[in-house]
Design a protein around this ligand. Structure first.
Ligand SMILES: [Zn+2]
Length: 240
């Protein structure tokens, strides 16, 4: 279905050796078909997400249909043709590309994962496993629930205060121990704190809860009616 996926050319274009997409509720049901027009795509990786910070590192060829036990909220690969996908419905999809070391990552980031440090942990892992430097990263941040619709209470705020020193900059208080949380601002600032230049972080600033025509939203619907699929794939083998 044309127009059902969101891409951000400033983040990564086809000539960069990478393809990506942020999903909407109108995407094809079969994830494989999202990239089936590209003969360089060999398999699609989808895993169980647990709002944690653990990363699945795929640094060897992946078989089509291969499954991965466990729970993961970050996927990393240096393998061409392996589509890394994550599913969100208000949480934030974050895609990372290092055009120098030819590696990509896909992250599922909710407030729990953000406060627990999934962003810095994943960028650090890309450095240690693949030699990526912070200044090389290009980051694409997809649609998530906006500060307009994301009121959080004390259990979230106490964890945020403990886990993010500059927490005041990403909340707007609405009452005693209640505040609107700007998840996008939090994640963006964490990436910058990890050494990524703000100009290399591209965002789709659309609130999933405000746009029922485009997105599923746990906040709005009160239940998981469906999820959006976002993904990234290296389309070229690394030339040595
Ligand atoms: Zn909103």
């Amino acid at each position: 279905m044309a127009g059902a996926l969101i891409t951000v050319p400033a983040f990564a274009g086809r000539r960069d050796g990478v393809r990506h997409f942020f999903g909407t509720r109108h995407e094809p049901r079969d994830v494989g078909s999202l990239a089936s027009d590209d003969e360089s795509v060999r398999c699609v990786v989808s895993v169980t997400q647990v709002h944690g910070t653990d990363a699945l590192v795929l640094d060897r060829p992946v078989r089509d249909g291969e499954t991965f036990a466990g729970g993961w909220d970050a996927l990393l690969t240096n393998q061409a043709g392996v589509v890394l996908t994550i599913r969100t419905a208000d949480c934030l999809p974050m895609l990372v590309h290092d055009p120098v070391r030819h590696v990509v990552a896909a992250l599922h980031v909710g407030w729990r994962g953000a406060v627990a440090g999934i962003v810095s942990k994943t960028l650090s892992l890309l450095h240690h496993r693949f030699g990526s430097m912070p200044e090389s990263f290009q980051i694409g941040i997809g649609p998530s629930v906006g500060p307009c619709c994301y009121e959080v209470d004390e259990p979230v705020l106490s964890r945020l205060r403990a886990g993010f020193r500059d927490w005041r900059s990403v909340v707007e208080e609405t009452g005693p121990n209640k505040a609107m949380l700007d998840l996008h601002a939090l994640v963006r600032r964490q990436a910058q704190a990890a050494g990524v230049d703000g100009e290399r972080i591209q965002s789709v600033r659309v609130c999933t809860a405000c746009h029922p025509d485009l997105f599923y939203s746990y906040r709005r619907e009160g239940t998981v009616k469906g999820t959006m699929i976002s993904g990234i794939v290296l389309t070229r083998r690394r030339s040595r």
